[in-house]
Design a protein around this ligand. Structure first.
Ligand SMILES: [Zn+2]
Length: 171
């Protein structure tokens, strides 16, 4: 039995190491970061927007100062789909928000949406939409779950079929 398990353990360990190298390389080139800072005010605005949207999913864009990946501003938006299971940004409102962010010297860092009855994890639809809308996986996808009594917020980067969770730091 020992003979049989040993090679597997070694294989597992080496694949873990190569995975870590890939992660480090990506961080080094600035393609993927694994931490997103959010102000407490923005966090509260997002959870409130999610709660006010019930029974539908709520959504919005968030921004930070150019070159600084700290979320300082949240733009609550309408869910154009008016749905309990999907969200859709309104294209006109999207342009208005982009212009507003631009005037404030900010850049859009990603999109927030809520899950009213499921976990704060991207659904298949979320992944499909992300790939269509953000094919290079640059945006942050923030999901507020209202499934439990206390809202849960998690952040992800989505590239093709890879869903990478990003740690949230509240500032
Ligand atoms: Zn979703």
């Amino acid at each position: 039995m020992i003979e049989a398990t040993a090679p597997y353990e070694i294989r597992g360990a080496s694949s873990q190491i190569s995975l870590d190298i890939v992660k480090v390389k990506r961080v080094h080139f600035g393609i993927i970061r694994f931490m997103l800072s959010i102000t407490a005010q923005v966090r509260d605005q997002m959870t409130r927007h999610a709660q006010q949207g019930v029974p539908n999913e709520a959504c919005g864009l968030f921004a930070g100062e150019k070159g600084v990946e700290t979320v300082k501003t949240f733009f609550p938006m309408q869910n154009a789909a008016e749905s309990e299971i999907i969200y859709q940004l309104d294209p006109k409102e999207f342009i208005q928000v982009e212009q507003k962010a631009d005037r404030l010297g900010m850049q859009i860092l990603g999109v927030m949406h809520s899950h009213t009855a499921s976990e704060a994890y991207p659904s298949e639809t979320d992944v499909r939409d992300a790939n269509q809308f953000d094919p290079f996986g640059i945006w942050y996808y923030l999901i507020v779950s209202l499934k439990d009594e206390d809202p849960v917020i998690r952040a992800f980067r989505i590239h093709e079929t890879n869903i990478n969770e990003v740690e949230i730091e509240i500032k």
